[in-house]
Write a protein that binds this ligand. Structure first.
Ligand SMILES: Cc1cc2nc3c(=O)[nH]c(=O)nc-3n(C[C@H](O)[C@H](O)[C@H](O)COP(=O)(O)OP(=O)(O)OC[C@H]3O[C@@H](n4cnc5c(N)ncnc54)[C@H](O)[C@@H]3O)c2cc1C
Length: 220
């Protein structure tokens, strides 16, 4: 299925952005861009007692689905593999919005929320998903490192969540102060926030080897 045939973000009753709807983005390309730029997804489940848990995990987007991997012993992954409904968010923090009142102070962001249930992947699909998750974090790394053993694969659940019920909310710009606050004698504006990868720091044995090109050249 082409991405243009999939439902637009925010088009279901559950995903329609009601609070400040002008921040909703209904474009699938925007959904994909946020997911491709993020590194951490927060995955929600509700246990048998009705207690919600939200667990941060690594992920990758593969076309119109999100891929996750985790331990077969993990409560989160076991529950999702059993077909539990989930809500997943990915948030990119773009800045602080420093208004002249506490009420109008906020953050700039690009955020995605996905609702659905996961499928368990197996065989070649599972192996491909593991590579994609690694590639999302650092392209090129997978080919350099030892692939998972059969025992490690057996201890890993790999899940795929369809991206057919999702929403995108984007907040950008400066403070929107009340007119009576604009003359207050205080600095106001926005402070951009950027993600920066630091210098690679080898461990003791790693120091004997050159920093790989894919790492030296990696920019996000
Ligand atoms: C970094 C960050 C900080 C924030 N800080 C605050 C805060 O301090 N206080 C506050 O009230 N709100 C904050 N928000 C906004 C917050 O995420 C909600 O959008 C807002 O509180 C409205 O929630 P609601 O359930 O009433 O939304 P509704 O509009 O009723 O939600 C309906 C549907 O809209 C979609 N939706 C809602 N919010 C989002 C979202 N953020 N991203 C993607 N889809 C969404 C979902 O599909 C949801 O089911 C923040 C957002 C981000 C990303």
């Amino acid at each position: 299925m082409d991405r243009h045939d999939l439902p637009a973000p925010g088009s279901s009753e559950r995903t329609r952005v009601r609070r400040i709807p002008e921040k909703a983005v209904e474009d699938r390309a925007a959904l994909e861009a946020v997911l491709d730029a993020g590194l951490v997804a927060h995955v929600g489940i509700v246990d048998d007692e009705g207690q919600p848990y939200v667990v941060p995990v690594a992920y990758a987007r593969d076309g119109d689905r999100l891929l996750f991997h985790g331990s077969t012993g993990s409560r989160l992954f076991r529950r999702l593999a059993d077909g539990a409904r989930t809500c997943v968010t990915v948030t990119l923090l773009d800045g602080l919005v420093l208004a002249r009142s506490a009420f109008e102070s906020s953050m700039n962001y690009r955020a995605v929320m996905v609702l659905g249930t996961c499928a368990v992947l197996d065989g070649a699909e599972r192996d491909d998903a593991l590579r994609r998750i690694s590639d999302h974090l650092l392209p090129g790394r997978w080919d350099d490192i030892r692939p998972p053993s059969r025992k490690e694969i057996a201890a890993t659940l790999v899940l795929a969540l369809p991206l057919d019920e999702a929403s995108v909310k984007v907040s950008a710009g400066g403070p929107d102060d009340d007119p009576q606050d604009v003359d207050r004698p205080v600095w106001a504006g926005r402070v951009p926030i950027r993600e920066v990868f630091g210098e690679p720091q080898p461990d003791e044995a790693g120091a004997a080897h050159p920093v790989p090109t894919y790492l030296e050249q990696w920019t996000r």
